[in-house]
Design a protein around this ligand. Structure first.
Ligand code: LMR
Length: 328
């Protein structure tokens, strides 16, 4: 009996140690296609982690809102149902006013300026903007500049009057379209294609890679190359989960995240250019390019947004972001 008891105890012990050796699972949920900068980044992160931390960490990537969509992913991260998400910076509106700086229209001249801002001291500090809510910002990933699409041509700001636009859940974006006299409507990304197809909305704003991979170009007659704003991401994890990881594993994950970030941010521009060319080649939408004068008109029409949001964002932060347009 005693012997059997010892064996049983040993087996239980063995069972516990087997359970303890189970790899840590990171569920990485996002809302876009695998072919986009974020989709590619998530897959690269998985591949690198599973190579360098084999047997210790596994990463499950859930693209295209297949696990959680926009509306639920922040809560899911707080509850521990996912360990990593990468919402666009516009989707933190309910959690912090600071990140609204990224939504201000025509603030950044191009992605290079955004890159400089994100790498600056002020930009890096913004990774902590949602810290108090239990989230840890790990990195910024680029997607690209936003273009306007609609089923009518948008050449001058007055063309947008009365047009129903789908927007991300951001009050800055709401104000941006209201300044044009348009009718903005907050809507989850996964619902946009159908809303455009059925006429629930007439237009939307997004990057070339999202317009291509979600097939928006098939249901939008016109795309205006406006470059009026940006869609970039913050990779966020749950602080408790992250700080509970064994230190050596966390350090390696941080190293991998830095390498993947570098790669994503270097290749996002090429992916968007590739997808733009695919849309041009498909010939389903007319591409409208804006001259300098027309672009200035859009900029002016959207300008009231700055005054409205400056108190929440902070004048200094806006100034620092604007300064990133200059390379000096
Ligand atoms: C959108 O909702 O339009 C984008 O934020 C989707 C994304 O994650 O790029």
């Amino acid at each position: 009996m005693r012997f059997a008891g010892v064996i049983a105890a040993a087996l239980i012990g063995l069972g516990t140690s087997v359970a303890a050796a189970e790899p840590i699972k990171i569920k990485f949920s996002h809302v876009v296609a695998d072919s986009t900068p974020k989709g590619q980044g998530a897959l690269m992160f998985k591949a690198e982690v599973e190579k360098r931390l084999a047997g210790k960490v596994v990463v499950e990537v859930y693209p295209n809102s297949s696990l959680f969509g926009d509306a639920k992913e922040m809560e899911a991260l707080a509850l521990g149902d996912v360990q990593m998400i990468a919402p666009s910076l516009s989707k933190f509106d309910r959690y912090t006013k600071k990140l609204q700086v990224f939504d201000l229209p025509f603030l950044f001249d191009d992605i290079a300026a955004i890159d400089r801002f994100q790498k600056s001291k002020v930009g890096r500090e913004l990774l902590d903007a949602v810290k108090a809510k239990g989230y840890k910002g790990l990195a910024y990933w680029h997607n690209g500049m936003k273009q306007l699409s609609a089923n009518k041509p948008l050449r001058v700001p007055a063309d947008a009057k009365g047009v129903k636009f789908r927007i991300q859940p951001s009050d800055v974006l709401l104000a941006q379209f209201q300044a044009l006299g348009a009718n903005p409507q907050k809507m989850a990304f996964a619902e946009v294609y159908q809303a455009l197809q059925t006429g629930t909305v007439d237009g939307q704003e997004n990057t070339w890679s999202n317009i291509y991979s979600q097939k928006f170009f098939e249901v939008q007659k016109y795309i205006t190359e406006s470059n009026h704003g940006v869609i970039d991401y913050m990779i966020v994890t749950n602080t408790k989960f992250w700080e509970g990881l064994p230190a050596d594993i966390r350090t390696e994950l941080e190293k991998i995240m830095a390498e993947v970030t570098d790669h994503v941010n270097k290749t996002a521009g090429e992916i968007n250019e590739r997808d733009k060319q695919r849309i041009v080649a498909a010939k389903t939408s007319e591409i409208i390019t804006l001259g300098k004068e027309q672009q200035a008109q859009w900029r002016k029409a959207m300008e009231p947004v700055y005054k409205k949001f400056e108190p929440g964002i902070g004048a200094d932060l806006i100034k620092a972001a604007l300064a990133s347009n200059s390379t000096n």
